[in-house]
Unconditional design. Structure first.
Length: 429
């Protein structure tokens, strides 16, 4: 057998295969006689029909069946000889075969693209913002604790900012008529918080149970909705005093309010530090993707977009039309970025011989059990499922890879407070 490879581009290969008849005739004879054994016609017993008659009546069909089986066999052999691993199904072209002649065909398929990663070991620069907490963060956390342990009482004299309203929400069209299928019963919102703040909801001021009001909600991203709300009830949350009693109730490990405050501060800073480390990881991946030129295989992009469309279909409860061309246009750059990072990550893990052992996985599972305070048996049961165990393994590969990459990163750090970040976000809308 003779196999030749042709590189169409960085990810497409064309393999030409030529198999001499001498390598085929024994298998062809077997294929022919297997067919003949089960063939019968008037005047002849089953399996005793002369070869010439069988070939005359079914020769092309036998050749087609043999060809299909042989293509797969010799395609696989050629891949092993050429050390190629396809990432999609091959397209078979220029097929030639008949009894007594060579089998010839071309297989066109995609492989992981060739690309060169920049020499990051010579040091590379990235920016990162480290965020520190302020007293406002602690105050917000304490209010959250109070709300978790507060009591609710009914309000009869009308809603005010900070009150909770439970009602049936009916979405309206431009003519203020109800939209069929857009009614949401027993919704619970806080007047004055999130999208239920601002001039569009001023009609909620003073509203009472069994009254109806119309409001305009701005969800952002040019999504504005008008609702008619039939109010079922108005509630006020009565918050407990900030004292040692509340501290013990909120966290059994704390006995005083000061101890609770310290725990909350630690928790806030741990969260901010995790965000900082995630930001560094994201900026490292962005640097490598931006600096690496990769031609994205057509099949990989198609598979990614197929998954996006399938996910959108599952979430499309309102049965809105999903137009593939529009989805592909909207998600193409996202698909290419994620595929690029996946390919770079796999190459880096292989080149740097990064390994994850069963011991690493078990250690991570035990750590998860300790952090969750769940029964060890429950945690082990959860991670006995392949998809959950694979997720832990992937996380460990990521941790080890970024630990390696950070050794060569020159991180320019900017320090800001949470108050500064909030002001910047408000300014930028």
């Amino acid at each position: 057998m003779n196999s030749k490879i042709k590189n169409i581009n960085t990810f497409t290969r064309e393999v030409s295969v030529n198999v001499p008849w001498d390598n085929l005739k024994d298998d062809f004879k077997k294929c022919f006689f297997d067919f003949k054994k089960g063939y019968s016609m008037p005047g002849f017993r089953k399996g005793k029909v002369p070869d010439s008659i069988v070939k005359k009546n079914y020769g092309p069909a036998i050749e087609a069946d043999f060809t299909e089986k042989s293509i797969n066999k010799f395609y696989q052999i050629s891949l092993q000889e050429l050390k190629l691993i396809p990432i999609n199904k091959a397209e078979i072209k220029n097929l030639e075969f008949k009894e007594g002649d060579n089998l010839k065909f071309k297989a066109v398929f995609e492989v992981t693209p060739d690309f060169k990663i920049p020499d990051y070991k010579k040091k590379y620069k990235i920016n990162a913002v480290r965020v520190n907490q302020t007293e406002n963060d602690l105050n917000e956390a304490l209010i959250s604790v109070q709300k978790q342990h507060g009591n609710v009482k009914s309000v009869d004299d009308g809603a005010k900012i900070g009150h909770y309203i439970q009602g049936d929400f009916q979405e309206l069209d431009e003519s203020d008529l109800p939209i069929i299928g857009k009614k949401y019963d027993k919704q619970y919102i806080c007047y004055g918080e999130g999208v239920f703040s601002g001039p569009g909801v001023l009609q909620l001021e003073g509203v009472k149970a069994n009254e109806s009001v119309k409001v305009n909600i701005d969800y952002g991203d040019n999504k504005k909705v008008r609702y008619e709300i039939k109010v079922n009830r108005v509630d006020e949350q009565v918050l407990p005093e900030l004292d040692d009693k509340l501290a013990s109730l909120a966290n059994p490990e704390t006995k005083t309010l000061d101890e609770l405050k310290n725990k909350l501060k630690d928790s806030i800073q741990e969260s901010l530090d995790r965000e900082y480390n995630n930001q560094i990881d994201q900026n490292i991946s962005r640097y490598l993707v931006d600096k690496t030129k990769i031609e994205i295989p057509i099949s990989m992009r198609k598979n990614y977009l197929d998954n996006v469309i399938e996910d959108l279909k599952q979430k499309n409860k309102e049965n809105k039309p999903i137009i593939r061309e529009e989805i592909e246009k909207a998600y193409k750059d996202i698909a290419d970025w994620n595929i690029s990072w996946y390919l770079i990550k796999e190459k880096l893990i292989k080149e740097n011989e990064i390994q994850v052992s069963n011991e690493d996985i078990e250690k991570k599972i035990n750590q998860a059990a300790s952090n969750s305070k769940l029964d060890v048996k429950q945690v082990n049961e959860f991670y006995s499922k392949p998809e959950n165990r694979n997720k832990i393994e992937d996380d460990l590969y990521n941790e080890k890879l970024f630990k390696h990459l950070k050794e060569f990163a020159n991180i320019k750090e900017t320090i800001k407070t949470t108050d500064q970040i909030k002001k910047e976000r408000e300014k930028n809308g």
